[in-house]
Design a protein around this ligand. Structure first.
Ligand code: NAI
Length: 330
């Protein structure tokens, strides 16, 4: 099958070339847009990533070009208008779980860095500054941790935090009996927000969860609490969070995702003037840590993404789509 890959980086090429044995792949650096969609002419499939916006208009364009399947090389699918794909008979497949541990462990890395300020200590020591002034952290042991969304990643994260000796509270539409058996308590979202020292978001971005963290919900949180978001930027109202950081209501913020990340993340913009004033404001806080959507970025996860995506394409070709990875059957 001939597949046009959009938004590719050197690591995508490395991993897909390593595992591909049966498809003809054309790699493009560019995002998928109405204009760049034309690059897919002659292909049977497109393969896209988190910040490629599959709007109805673009899906219609892909349909016109003869595209039969959209392969997402990610888990989240909030960037695809599934109804349009369904209507046009275009299949949509994804990689539902490539390494939940990778993202869960990255959330823990954000917590530990914000708390123990290892990023600052690293720079200080390199400059011969061995002072401990303002590097005070707190014990994670014994703290109450809130997990919103206990699917694959939230589940892995909750288990790690139980291992730290934390009390873990969770909120999900479908509580996990496994986690309950391990001592996790499910509570309402408001109770979780008001009871936890650290809150980590692991639910998908949906109309219900958009701006789940807002001025109103930030007010419910403990003074000086830590908020971690490795899920999707749209879960957090950035302006509200900036205000809460300014007043000290929010004590720490660790984000791997950002609502307006599509024009920024995965690019080297170090020689450009960044135009996003909200992101620059966030970057100016000493108690904010931002990483550029790297939660998934481990050897294991990249291998799994490549293997499952290639298998999804082969399954489509042989008429045997795997229900576990299929969003729209085509
Ligand atoms: P999942 O589908 O296994 O789990 C999501 C959980 O959220 C489910 O248990 C669901 O019931 C729950 N949920 C849905 N709506 C909710 C609501 N309103 N309130 C509370 N819980 C709700 O998904 P998984 O694999 O754990 O991924 C979670 C999110 O992580 C993805 O949607 C994606 O946005 C993000 N992600 C981020 C990555 C990164 O590199 N930073 C990589 C992979 C995923």
């Amino acid at each position: 099958m001939k597949v046009s890959f959009f938004s590719t980086k050197s690591y995508d090429r490395d991993f897909f070339e390593r595992f591909n044995t049966s498809h003809e792949i054309i790699f493009f650096d560019t995002h998928l847009s109405l204009e760049s969609a034309l690059l897919a002419k002659g292909s049977d499939a497109v393969c896209v990533f988190v910040n490629d916006q599959l709007t109805s208009e673009i899906i219609y364009k892909l349909h016109e070009l003869g595209i039969k399947i959209i392969a997402l090389r990610c888990a989240g699918f909030n960037n695809v208008v599934l109804d349009t794909a369904q209507k046009l008979g275009i299949a949509v497949v994804r990689v539902p779980a490539y390494s939940p541990q990778a993202v869960a462990e990255h959330a823990v890395a954000l917590i530990m860095t914000l708390n123990r300020k290892t990023h600052k200590a690293y720079n200080r020591v390199r400059e011969g500054n061995f002072s401990l002034e303002r590097l005070t952290g707190f014990d994670i042991y014994g703290k109450t941790i809130g997990v919103i969304g206990t699917g694959k990643i939230g589940n892995a994260f909750a288990r790690i935090m139980l291992g730290f000796g934390c009390k873990v509270l969770a909120h999900d539409l479908y509580p996990s009996a496994d986690l309950e058996a391990l001592g996790v308590s499910y509570v309402s979202q408001n109770e979780l927000l008001s009871s936890c020292h650290i809150i980590s978001l692991h639910c998908p971005l949906t109309p219900e969860t958009q701006h789940l963290i807002s001025t109103d919900t930030l007010r419910l949180m403990k003074h000086n609490a830590m908020l971690i978001n490795t899920s999707r930027g749209g879960l957090v109202n950035t302006k509200a969070v900036i205000n809460a950081l300014k007043t000290g209501q929010l004590g720490y913020l660790g984000i791997d995702v950002y609502e307006q990340e599509a024009d920024l993340f995965f690019k080297d913009l170090s020689e450009y003037v960044i135009q996003d004033d909200m992101l620059l404001r966030l970057m100016s806080f000493p108690n904010v840590l931002i990483t550029a959507h790297q939660g998934f970025f481990t050897e294991e996860a990249l291998s799994e993404i490549a293997k499952v995506t290639l298998q999804n394409l082969s399954d489509f070709e042989s008429g045997n789509l795997n229900p576990a990875t299929t969003l729209v059957g085509g």
